[in-house]
Design a protein around this ligand. Structure first.
Ligand code: C5P
Length: 304
């Protein structure tokens, strides 16, 4: 079935994520790791604009866009190709990405662009995919891509792609410290394997106290339950992140952790005022390149 291509551009806005719990199991035969991955969407956004074109083309603007590929290896391009192939049409679209999510920072920026491109193309081409068709394409694109589409909060099982929405009872305030350069996700998982070799890695499970803290909107309880099993691996590859974590904690954050596979570090704070104080202290500490303040939860990918 082919749809009718709209002539006006379609823009989709997609949030970043932080993992409030990232429980990692042993490596599977396919090389992936089973997870209990509690995703929380945060109010930092990329935008993807899809415009009809003669061929598939990607452009980008924003911080560090020189580090993202603008060819067909970009996940956003792959999203357009997968959708087009399913509908027997050519993926002729110009995708323009406006980046505000730190690049290669452990905040699912690449996944956000893929989810955004998928929704933008589905709208532009009138291919009218169902939610479950979109989620299936997202899962094919990457483990974090389905969550970028749905936003809010969710527990990701499997490699992170099998989502169960989670209730969130309030607004959580965050500061994010952006480090110099990125960290490769496969490299961080590889370091996790190296650090856990010869040990009995438990089955990953979501912590009931963490889910209860999310549901009640209790930041202090959430702070006590935050956990990232990839943090030792990220710190092993990037020891300087310890100083960033310490600086945010000393400045009054309720809790500090590496975001996903890093190197962005995340600081849960009690309110918007505290966020400004912790952000200023982190910047003054000289232990990070940039700081960002954001609230959660945020809605998933939406056409704007
Ligand atoms: O799914 P995605 O393409 O984002 O995964 C990138 C890499 O991260 C994988 O190739 C794998 O090395 C690692 N990964 C993993 N287990 C997961 C998710 C990702 O080992 N659950």
């Amino acid at each position: 079935m082919t749809g009718t291509t709209a002539t006006t551009p379609v823009t989709v806005r997609v949030p970043a994520k932080v993992n409030v719990q990232l429980a990692v199991g042993a490596a599977r035969p396919d090389g992936f790791h089973d997870l209990a991955n509690v995703f929380l969407a945060v109010g930092l956004h990329d935008e993807v604009t899809a415009t009809p074109a003669d061929t598939l083309r990607i452009t980008a603007e924003g911080h560090d866009v020189d580090q993202i590929p603008l060819d067909r290896t970009n996940l956003a391009a792959r999203a357009a190709e997968l959708l087009a192939a399913r509908h027997g049409i050519e993926p002729n679209v110009h995708l323009h990405i406006t980046k505000d999510i730190p690049v290669a920072g452990g905040m699912a920026g690449g996944s956000a662009d893929a989810a955004g491109a998928l929704l933008a193309c589905d709208t532009l081409w009138s291919t009218r995919s169902s939610r479950s068709e979109l989620l299936a394409i997202c899962a094919e694109l990457g483990s974090d891509v389905p969550f970028s589409l749905v936003g809010g909060a969710a527990l990701g099982r499997g490699r992170g792609e099998l989502l169960t929405p989670l209730p969130v009872g309030g607004t959580f305030h965050w500061v994010f410290a952006v480090a110099d350069g990125g960290l490769s996700t496969p490299a961080v998982y590889g370091e996790f394997d190296r650090l856990t070799a010869g040990t009995d890695v438990p089955e990953p499970e979501a912590a009931p106290e963490l889910l209860a803290a999310l549901e009640s909107g209790d930041a202090t309880a959430l702070a006590g339950a935050l956990v990232n099993d990839l943090q030792p691996a990220a710190l092993s590859l990037r020891p300087s992140l310890s100083a960033t974590l310490a600086a945010g904690t000393a400045a009054g954050a309720l809790a500090a952790l590496v975001s996903g596979s890093g190197p962005t570090t995340a600081f849960l704070v009690k309110d918007a005022e505290s966020a400004q104080q912790v952000a200023a202290a982190l910047l003054a500490s000289g232990t990070c390149r940039q700081v960002r303040v954001a609230d959660s939860p945020a809605v998933g990918a939406v056409v704007v």
